[in-house]
Design a protein around this ligand. Structure first.
Ligand SMILES: [Zn+2]
Length: 344
């Protein structure tokens, strides 16, 4: 098995959010909490036994050995992943390689697109020859479709969004099935190390909107708002590094207007606040978690575009947003308690 390098904090963040959703959580709600970051290792509460004082440590260097002083659990990161997800060793190794193994953030050489899930210029060119009416129903103009090289793949009945690295080299494509509306990203694609659309803004802007999906990026472009897409709800540390590399000094969080968007905002702030980048948050006309916890009229940037409201949005500093959130009568202790570490 090859040596690999990961950002161990990023892995732990993901393990913790998986854990919170898992059935084991109720037996051990402290697992992965009370993290203390040391010089070469991170201490926290043990995922193998329930405790209140952290006695579990994991090294920040390969092979990321862990050890619990209380229950004696020990092994390397692969074992930990295998145990948490209840998968075998090989699958756990593949999970690490596919999701966390570090990108070469300098991008000195063009990305090798012969890797699994990669895409070539020729394939992108061929997809672009075909169109599907679905994308037009989302209010996206031909001009924007051309700019972002949107195409259609008849074989999979899906809209195709090419994803390129900072320097424009093709990495992979996102597909959106026109029937199920599900986004599909190839297994092993470096989505945590890329920001959709950043290549168009590199060197041109200092402030960007951060949205979730590719269609949200296109929607923002319609309203002349420079935006990048997370291709998910979570800003990863590698994505944050890319923003810094691109010289971004301010981000405006513009995630979906729902519970997970709120969580995404809190999580993103937690890591961005360790950098000099300033953080604002977009105010939706009716905000989930502040004005309501029911369905809202506008659930994402594309909804705002279709409703003719995307040019009317306002932005507030993160602290104002956060204050409104915790002082709202819709403040839900059960949800926010679980994310308490974000509030420190
Ligand atoms: Zn233990």
């Amino acid at each position: 098995m090859d040596r690999y390098y990961v950002d161990i904090e990023e892995v732990l963040d993901d393990l913790q959010s998986e854990w919170v959703k898992s059935p084991q959580y109720k037996y051990n709600p402290t697992a992965f909490t009370k993290r203390k970051i040391g010089y070469s290792n991170i201490n926290m509460c043990c995922p193998y036994h329930n405790e209140t004082k952290p006695s579990f440590g994991i090294s920040t260097e390969y092979p990321y050995l862990f050890n619990c002083f209380s229950c004696g659990a020990s092994g390397e990161l692969i074992t930990l992943i295998a145990d948490i997800f209840q998968i075998n060793y090989l699958k756990a190794y593949a999970k690490i390689i596919n999701n966390y193994a570090t990108a070469n953030l300098s991008f000195s050489a063009p990305e090798n697109n012969s890797q699994e899930g990669g895409v070539t210029e020729e394939e992108i060119f061929n997809y672009r020859k075909k169109k599907h009416s679905y994308i037009e129903t989302r209010g996206i103009s031909d001009y924007t479709l051309q700019k972002y090289e949107i195409g259609y793949d008849e074989k999979n009945h899906s809209i195709v969004f090419p994803v390129r690295d900072l320097h424009g080299n093709p990495l992979f494509v996102i597909r959106r099935d026109v029937n199920t509306k599900f986004y599909q990203i190839p297994k092993g694609a470096p989505k945590h190390k890329t920001l959709y659309g950043l290549n168009y803004l590199y060197g041109k802007v200092k402030e960007v909107f951060i949205v979730e999906g590719a269609i949200d990026v296109l929607s923002c472009y319609e309203a002349k708002l420079p935006a990048v897409g997370l291709m998910g709800r979570t800003l990863s540390k590698n994505q944050l590094k890319l923003l810094q590399l691109a010289g971004i000094t301010k981000v405006i969080l513009f995630l979906d207007n729902d519970e997970w968007g709120v969580k995404g905002n809190l999580d993103a702030y937690k890591i961005i606040s360790k950098t000099p980048i300033r953080v604002d948050v977009v105010k939706y006309p009716i905000q989930w978690g502040i004005d309501t916890v029911d369905k809202t009229m506008f659930k994402d940037p594309n909804d705002l575009l279709l409703g003719g409201k995307l040019n009317d949005i306002t932005m507030v500093p993160y602290m104002n947003y956060y204050y409104d959130l915790i002082s709202s009568k819709f403040y839900r202790r059960d949800f926010y308690e679980r994310n308490k570490k974000n509030f420190q």
